[in-house]
Design a protein around this ligand. Structure first.
Ligand code: NAP
Length: 557
């Protein structure tokens, strides 16, 4: 128990459903499971564990639920999966009751949804907010985790299992630019945006970074700022989101078909886009006119659908080039200054860095108060108290926005000191992350990662992947309880084979061909490994088969 023993960290008053027995020796532990994080993964894990009769506590750094949607409050933050799909499916009444107001929900609405789920299922009583897991050590004799927590609920928790629900994009990347901390103006990171409204009216603002966060925030900052400088290292492809209000009749019609939509989503590689059938032929199998018409049709629908017209957008360089060239043509059409249009035009494979969606992004560069600064050659030389220097020129700034992304997928996991009996997670992953199914790690028993590296995770509708993982973990724990087992660990062999399989699948695609955060290439010194696994439906089948075969590839004792 905790040194200070606050009531909130006591085991909850929850009584397991009749006939349900708790796991093993309950004297030695405070909870069956400690869950790290209370975003969409942690919330559903808590709910599921409760349903199954396990005791659990989640530890969350923020003062409320929501995870990525709690932190990413930058102007224009919006989901790129349609709201009816980017939502939990586990409770039919929840999905019928919640009213989405836009095609793509904005951050405040998604956060309200997360808060509603927490209220509806009374989840907060099992969450220690404003607290962080700093370290966790597994005692192999007692099959018990000792979890060190700092912050408001500082102390030690003992549990049989540890589940990471820290999310894939939760450690912000603050690039180590000389003089970074000397800037005397207002400094922001899109992934750690303040909770109060930030108004750039009358200010000269610099934005570093043109990934999804930059591309969503730049048009809005440009509308407020006296002048906006965008410092671009690599241009990115972006497709219009065509976001719009969701009419009540349309939402009702979608809700009436919810089961069908979810069923279609389960067959799709990314777990979303049920309303937009995929093409069945390769891009080079049709005439130039047919291909251009299909790209235009999908450009007009907007979002990820753009790449769904042909089967080989991410398999064939030649096909991919046609999709990329179509976007470059759009940039030339929209941006009036040909030099700026050329600077905005990417030359890498489209979607090997995550495709972006925007509202008026390219149009923003036609504004007289916006300047695109190309820094691909020398980067930013120095940040100074009054602004920054790039390409030998000084830019005076009142505010500086870092839209520089995240130490993705492994950053938050490795910030904690997670220790198995003989090695730590940091040691196990010293040459890049290695997992079995993205769920388990050899050498770290009784530890599960929700949407970990080696699982489809960030290439999918995250909520669908979260649900699949949470349900698999819940079923696994229930099976262990039924079998009287208290320890589970992935075998080295199964893990090696899995890592080989993930690499082989990724290498058959165009994904690994550019310097993306999928590969860890955005963080200097990070080992390059393609971290997510393309293709959710086959992955789901593999996970189900592992479970059906008595958790093959894991040793249970
Ligand atoms: P990101 O995609 O990693 O983009 C970071 C940007 O910062 C890139 O343009 C990068 O340039 C630049 N950058 C990084 N370090 C730099 C440095 N030292 N100097 C100059 N430029 C530097 O990060 P993000 O935009 O936050 O997006 C991350 C992911 O979060 C997305 O891919 C997506 O999965 C998710 N997200 C989703 C949404 C949505 O749902 N719509 C919105 C926001 C984020 P380089 O390309 O040259 O490295």
């Amino acid at each position: 128990m905790l040194a200070s023993e606050p009531e909130t960290l006591r085991p909850v008053s929850y009584t397991p459903a009749s006939g349900v027995v708790a796991m093993g020796d309950q004297q030695a532990i405070d909870y069956d499971v400690v869950v790290i994080g209370a975003g969409f993964g942690g919330m559903y894990m808590l709910y599921r564990l409760r349903q199954l009769g396990f005791t659990a506590r989640a530890v969350e750094a923020a003062d409320d639920v929501g995870g990525t949607w709690y932190w990413n409050r930058y102007p224009g933050a919006r989901c790129d999966v349609e709201s009816v799909e980017y939502s939990y499916s586990f409770d039919a009444q929840l999905q019928q009751d919640w009213v989405w107001t836009e095609r793509y929900a904005a951050q405040p609405e998604i956060l309200r949804y997360a808060q509603h789920v927490a209220d509806r299922f009374d989840l907060r009583r099992d969450i220690s907010f404003m607290s962080r897991v700093d370290a966790a050590t597994f005692d192999d004799t007692a099959a018990t985790w000792t979890v060190d927590v700092s912050g408001q609920h500082a102390g030690t928790l003992r549990s049989r299992f540890l589940v990471s629900a820290v999310g894939c994009l939760s450690s912000t990347n603050w690039p180590d630019i000389p003089g970074r901390d000397t800037f005397a103006g207002d400094r922001y990171h899109t992934g750690q945006w303040p909770h109060h409204e930030v108004d750039f009216t009358g200010k000269v603002v610099g934005v570093i970074g043109t990934g999804s966060s930059g591309i969503q925030s730049i048009p809005i900052i440009a509308q407020q700022a006296e002048h906006l400088y965008v410092f671009q290292r690599t241009p990115n492809y972006t497709v219009p989101a065509h976001n719009r209000p969701m009419p009540a009749e349309e939402l009702a019609e979608l809700k009436a078909r919810y089961d069908e939509i979810r069923a279609i989503d389960r067959t799709l590689s990314g777990g979303f886009g049920a309303q937009y059938p995929r093409g069945t032929v390769g891009a080079m199998d049709v005439s130039d006119e047919e291909r251009a018409a299909e790209y235009q049709r999908r450009w007009d629908i907007g979002g990820f659908t753009y790449l769904g017209g042909f089967t080989d957008a991410l398999l064939s360089k030649e096909s991919n080039f046609t999709a990329a060239e179509f976007v470059r043509g759009k940039i030339r059409e929209i941006v009036t200054d040909p030099e700026v249009a050329a600077l905005l035009s990417p030359d890498h494979v489209i979607a090997c860095k995550r495709l972006c969606f925007d509202t008026g992004y390219y149009e923003t560069y036609n504004r007289p108060n916006v300047t695109l600064v190309d820094i691909h050659d020398g980067g930013i030389e120095e940040i100074t108290p009054t602004g920054l220097r790039a390409g030998g020129a000084d830019y005076a700034l009142d505010a500086l926005v870092f839209a520089t992304g995240f130490d993705a997928m492994t950053g938050t996991l490795l910030r904690m000191d997670i220790r198995g009996p003989e090695l730590s997670l940091r040691e196990a992953w010293s040459a890049g992350p290695r997992t079995y199914l993205g769920l388990g790690v050899h050498g770290i028993p009784n530890f599960f990662v929700i949407t970990g590296p080696g699982s489809p995770s960030v290439l999918t509708n995250m909520i669908m992947s979260i649900e699949q993982h949470v349900e698999w973990i819940g079923d696994c724990l229930a099976a262990m309880r039924a079998g009287g087992q208290q320890r589970i660990e992935a075998t080295e062999d199964a893990q090696d084979q899995w890592v080989g399989y993930v690499n082989a699948v990724a290498d058959a695609t165009l994904f690994p061909t550019c310097n993306s955060w999928y590969l860890g290439a955005n963080v200097p010194g990070k080992t390059r490994v393609f971290m997510p696994l393309p293709g959710l439906p086959p992955y789901r089948e593999q996970c189900d088969a592992v479970a059906a075969n008595g958790y093959e590839g894991f040793v249970l004792a």
